[in-house]
Design a protein around this ligand. Sequence first.
Ligand code: C2O
Ligand code: CU
Length: 512
Amino acid sequence: MSASRRDCLRLAAAALAAAIPVRPSADAMPTADECAAGGAFARPLATAQPRVVVDSPLTLRATKDGEALAYATSLRDRAYVNPTLVLRRNSTFAATLVNALDEPTVTHWHGLSVDTRNDGNGEALVAPGERFDYSFAVRNRAALYWYHPHPHGATARQIYRGLFGLIEVEDDDEIALRRALDLVPGSTQLNLVVTDRRAGDADRYAPAPEDELLGWYGCLPQVNGVLRPFHEVTRRRHRLRILNAANARTIRLAFRRDDGMALPFLLAGTDGGLLERFVACREVLVSPAERVDIVIDFGDMSAGGFAVMESRAFKPMQDVPAAASTDAGHAHRVSVAMNDGAPFDLMQFRVRGGAMTSPPLPAQLSTLPPVPATSGDERPFRLGFAKGRWRINDRVYDMTATAVEVARGARETWILRNYFTSAPHAMHLHGFQFHVLERETSPDEVAKLAVDARGRLATDLGMKDTVLVWPGESVRIAIDFATAASEPQIFLLHCHNLEHEDAGMMLRIRVT
Ligand code: C2O
Ligand code: CU
């Protein structure tokens, strides 16, 4: 047994002892040989991610166990690790973060519209041994959100090492959909968290300069912490809510039946909640931090058959101006593919016998907030690379820099323009869900997926907090800057490729 394999097992044993439910068991700990593409679906999906209905103040302890980090909490005398927090819309959420790490951290509630004090944007940190009290009204629509650390420069490392969890906001539309489709969380309705890991010491984060530039890609895709899991399903509709929690990897999500045919699905929702109605899809692109809410029907499949959830091949479009050189005028370019865009299998659904009765689909799922009618000029944001750094409007993040100023209550149209020689950037805005209005000059592979004359993708039809902008592409978004706060607030706009973010592809927005 090699030293690294032994280390793997030791770490796996430690992880198991800590009873971290989303971690692989010793058996599931990946080894270098497993990096070869493909492989069997040998391990069951971990569905044990505890859903915790939060109706009283919570204490989240950021804890460390070897290389693995996790949030630990206890509620009603039960202990949980990285729990899925179930929050009711319009309730008040209160939590105390206790930093039991040996480094600063802070928790950001990704997608939730809260004030700067509660946003955990990293401009104020919680030192080791310290605590911080969060308290805010849950104003967002029902959807899958997530919580994760945001200490600038260390966000990628802390998330990769396991410090994050899911948030489910519930409202009447959500309950109605679940009733209409007779869905049971944990059974016919699953949360699936996609990550990619490196072989060997699975929680170790040690990026080389190339990783820092392009992003930290692993060759081992996991779902809920398990490499290529299987899950048994009955012959009926299931709802899957999927978060891409990978540091850098985008997935081109699709389903393939055992006969090799594509299994289409319905898109029900996006980052910020349900669509107005289902949209039939064969595939969707899901960049880091994006969520998709889908309904898939296994009713036409035969018992004993299976379907594979996969990421199809796509052009990575990572065309970075000479990385090794900080000379801005350098004409030489390196085209770096890594293995971004490589196809791989994510998990397998094994179809069993059983009831084939799925209730009929509801025609209307929800009502979207109106697209804000914008006044004034569009605000441009250029995404690009210069002097060895990814930049927004030619700048890198500086928490003392003057922010872009937006008037509270303003309704703005922003245009996110990515240079042709660039990389895809998953642009995330704190504090506000937005509408995608239009995509222009999209790469052919992306344009092919457009569902309307404005070049929008199916995932652009719902509320968004993260939008992938491809090289050469311009994406117009509309934002309503209504906030509950009466004081000026700082929010962040950044790329959610965590290595791009940590290297400064982030900008301050001050809502006055
Ligand atoms: Cu999910 Cu500023 O981050
Ligand atoms: Cu980026």
